[in-house]
Design a protein around this ligand. Structure first.
Ligand code: IPD
Ligand code: CA
Ligand code: CA
Length: 264
């Protein structure tokens, strides 16, 4: 595989998709819900996924695709080249705010992340990374992350995980948000990963993310020097929904050991 050529191809494909999304604001967007009343999906999420899948199948027939909206392949193993696509990450923001959403894409070979992209469509900010080549924002290299401490850190965490919930003991989480410098929540896991990569936020965590939420951003964050894992400290499987944390390397272990107590 010529990864450099594929990188150029993907960047142009993502920009074209972003153009379609911006154009959709001039049309009537159909909104419906999926697993719950607050789990939103629109006709644009589906159309953008179909746009990518048609192109990928036409130009790379031997690659497989895992897409959130279900138009891709039924992926049960990580063999070969797989594209993990979230056509719109942050659909609630897309619907309510018309900003703060992203296209998220990660390309893996035999489970190894090769190319990662998160495109903040309305800001026209394209974060990208190629394995061992560094992380970039609009083709300008992001500096490597500097060491930090919990006391100096901004932690990306949704309020749901601080309130009593069925996944994690919330008392240590309260302790964490009290000890750290501040907290943020942006409503797009992919964008939150880029905030960690860019050093604007020092960690981001969630108890329930899917492969397409994190596959692209994980490569970008890793290339900037961050560490990602499940809350049990192992590599995300990329085959099903699971807990997730990405953090500046200097606080990743401490966050897991001192503040995360998973419920059985
Ligand atoms: C969601 C966003 C959100 C995260 C949810 C995801 P979607 O993705 O990334 O920030 O908290 O868990 O499902 O549904 O907007 O693609
Ligand atoms: Ca998502
Ligand atoms: Ca989505």
């Amino acid at each position: 595989m010529n990864w450099g050529a594929l990188d150029r191809y993907v960047k142009s494909l993502i920009k074209e998709a972003g153009h379609h999304i911006k154009h959709s604001f001039f049309t009537e967007i159909e909104i419906s819900s999926k697993s719950s009343a607050n789990d939103l999906v629109t006709n644009i999420d589906r159309e953008i996924e179909q746009f990518f899948i048609e192109r990928i199948r036409r130009d790379f027939p031997d690659h497989r695709i895992m897409g959130e909206e279900g138009f891709g392949d039924d992926i049960r193993s990580l063999d070969g080249i797989i594209w993990f696509l979230d056509p719109i990450d942050g659909t609630m923001n897309f619907v309510h705010q018309k900003r703060n959403f992203a296209i998220s894409l990660g390309i893996y070979i035999d489970g190894i992340g090769m190319l990662g992209y998160v495109y903040d469509v309305m800001a026209d900010d394209l974060y990208s990374a190629m394995k061992d080549e560094g992380a970039f924002l609009n083709d300008i290299r992001l500096p490597n992350l500097k060491e930090t401490t919990i006391e100096q850190a901004i932690i990306g965490v949704n309020a749901s995980w601080i309130a009593p919930n069925r996944y994690v003991d919330n008392a240590p989480m309260i302790d964490l948000v009290t000890k750290c410098r501040g907290t943020r929540s942006y409503g797009s896991a992919a964008l939150e990963l880029t905030h960690v990569a860019a050093g604007r936020v020092d960690a981001y965590m969630s108890m329930r993310l899917s492969p397409w939420d994190v596959a692209g951003g994980m490569i970008i964050a890793h290339e900037a020097g961050a560490i990602s894992s499940t809350m049990s400290g192992v590599r995300p499987s990329l085959l099903h929904q699971e807990t997730f944390i990405v953090a500046n390397a200097s606080i990743h272990t401490q966050l897991l050991e001192e503040f995360i107590v998973l419920k059985k």
